[in-house]
Design a protein around this ligand. Sequence first.
Ligand code: SAM
Ligand code: SF4
Length: 361
Amino acid sequence: MTAVDLGLPLPSLIPASRAPAPVDGPLRDTFGRVATDLRVSVTDRCNLRCTYCMPADGLDWLPTDGVLNTEEFVRVLTVAVRDLGIRTIRFTGGEPLLRRDLEEIITRVSRLPERPGIAMTTNGLGLGRRVHGLTAAGLTRVNVSLDTVDPARFAEITRRDRLADVLDGLAAARAAGLDPVKVNAVVPDRSDLDGLAALFGFCLREGYQLRVIEQMPLDADHRWDRTAMVTAAEILEALRHVADLTPDDVPRAGAPAQTWLVDGHTDAAGRRARVGVIASVTRPFCGDCDRTRLTADGALRNCLFAENETSLLPVLRGGEGDVDAAIARLWRENTWAKRAGHSVNSGDFRQPERPMSAIGG
Ligand code: SAM
Ligand code: SF4
């Protein structure tokens, strides 16, 4: 479907400067935003096939030797934290637990003197077996993706019959003391809104914090359809059928989720329960964006929807002289080129070539 201009809010940012990218300091863009949060896709491969993300047959995976190895990831992340002011790193994918060296990467990054916060977004498969090693390595936060607690619907959405494994992973994360344990949900279809209510009830009972994400045009099949997309308003209405919600007064800062306190419920740590909705399409939060991204094959992206990216591979693998300085320079330039916001709501929107699984959600 052709994108239409819905007159939805777009950032009204004015470029602060047309000067060249800064040669030192943190990752600034021309609109005055500073990127301090890094999403790292450690692999484009996955063991599920969620319909809104991957085709049934998977994708043409990146060749193994085209993906950053342990040393390369540690080197790039060290530059990010030591030289570029990155304060939080979230490992994602594809499915990050498919990387056997994830514990090693996390261990080495968490030993940096400027130790960043370390989080992971995972589909939860195998988390039960790995969670103790990951927390020992330095993982402090986890989001587990789960769209439904109905086994048949789970198998339809993910094209795999693995709900029990995801539930085990979630329980293991909670038992390991990760706090909060967040559940990321996408609502693929309006007929899933009743299932969303059931998922919310499950999260409240188990002490997990639910985050519901509007579906974005990043599916490999290019089937995203604005009229079929379940909006944040519809999501909120479904959540309100389960419990009364009070707007949260915690400042959002760069966080994409708008959050609510759930009346009459507490989380696993005994605090007021919260629920969040991420309205990436109907209420973009680009004006407060503090993110930068690194793909498994070493490309820097300043936005999920960026049309251009900067590959670090040539300097990482063939660079002469001060490679770390070259990585930092390319990263500052990539961030400097960041646009005011994504154009999903405008007529000239073009879906990026990389699907969500190869960018890192
Ligand atoms: N495999 C891991 C997982 O599912 O958590 C990490 C990668 S996945 C791409 C990261 C997050 O992106 C998941 O929470 C998933 O639900 C979300 N996601 C995938 N495709 C999406 C889309 N088209 N729109 C919105 N969110 C999407
Ligand atoms: Fe895999 Fe995550 Fe995409 Fe689902 S959303 S197919 S689990 S990468």
